[in-house]
Design a protein around this ligand. Sequence first.
Ligand code: PLP
Length: 419
Amino acid sequence: MDKTRRAFLGVSAATAAHVWIPKPVKGYTAADLMPPAVAGEMRSGEPVKPMKAGIAKSELDTPALCVDLDKLERNIAKMQRTANANKIGVRPHAKTHKCAAIAKLQMAAGAIGICAAKLSEAEALLENGVDKILMTTSNLPPAKIRRAMQLKKRFPGFVQAVDFDQNARDLNDAAKEAGVVADVVIDVAVGTRTGIPPGEDAIKLAQLVDKSPSLKLRGLLSYDGGAQHITGFATRKERALASIEENARTREKMHAAGLNTEIFSGGGTGTYNIYHLVPGFTDVQAGSYIFMDMQYVAIGNADGQPIYDDFEPSLTVLATVVNNRFPGRLTTDAGAKALTLNVPHAGVIGEPDMDYNAGSDEFGSLTFKEARKAWKMGDRMEVIVPHCDPVVNLYDFIYGIRNDRVETVWPITARGHSQ
Ligand SMILES: Cc1ncc(COP(=O)(O)O)c(C=O)c1O
């Protein structure tokens, strides 16, 4: 994808030009930008207005996780508009942003709820004002199931996935003990990751849930992780529709058997405009579309172009050049602890021919034949991240940027909540 990658990263240079101006920078931290009282409550989902208005992005201490608010808002609006046109709902996955403030923007735009991957993630979001959470993973240990039901007691909008019969029985016991009726969806596998295989076993599990007195069957999930990043829209569409066929048949049989299928949720950023073609499908659980990353950029768009441009890359990491002494090489202050070891490598905005290897813990190692500008030590560099979800999980805050100024600072509410 070299030529188009060059155009993609090169064009963005115009918008990032300001960060190249080599001058001493203040190096504002998140704590500098918010009132001390708020800094002490950083897990709150409320956006924090910077104390000092109009701080330039280039003045931030680095590595800094930034989101371009205009792009973020356009991405949210486009997903909602597309789903509305296709007559399905959006239930965005919060595993991407882990941020109550962003979940609230998605809800305000029309999302029917928010997904969470882990119980601690669901807890953090519910406690910070996101009131409709569907947990897409089943909880295994009974102690955790009991914790989930304590959550349900406090937050009625909590829905829990289940994917095997003992798990459903344990959940029924925990719900009874907590004095609640648990809303349950059956996780039906597409592929081999999690979930019960489609077919008779899945229907039996749905029947078990349906007749359990402390459980209320709400429907099913079918997420196909393997389909999201298939290169080329036509191939992706064909494969995604083929691999969910058996799940769709299972849903039909559940429905015919009088079982509730009001939720039939799945899909992600690579398939958000495909699954409405699946009979009975109700909502798309896309996550990455709000931020995008180098993994998604590479999958190609519906016009056959190699760059996936349905959504704009709003998420960047701002880094500082800390060494320019060696020809064909630069070192930055953003390594694996700022960008993860994921592939493909981060894309340098304005320098499409540079390879950014984040292999060192604290340092990024860049190699190139020719740079488009003479990089000096202390210069700011902005990169599109390899894969958004794990990168966000490395930061306490995300800076909301508009017109290259810090407009807001959001705590990553469920940062590190991986249990
Ligand atoms: C169950 C589930 N739903 C939705 C998503 C969101 O997918 P994407 O980030 O590709 O939009 C994921 C991502 O891994 C997932 O695991």
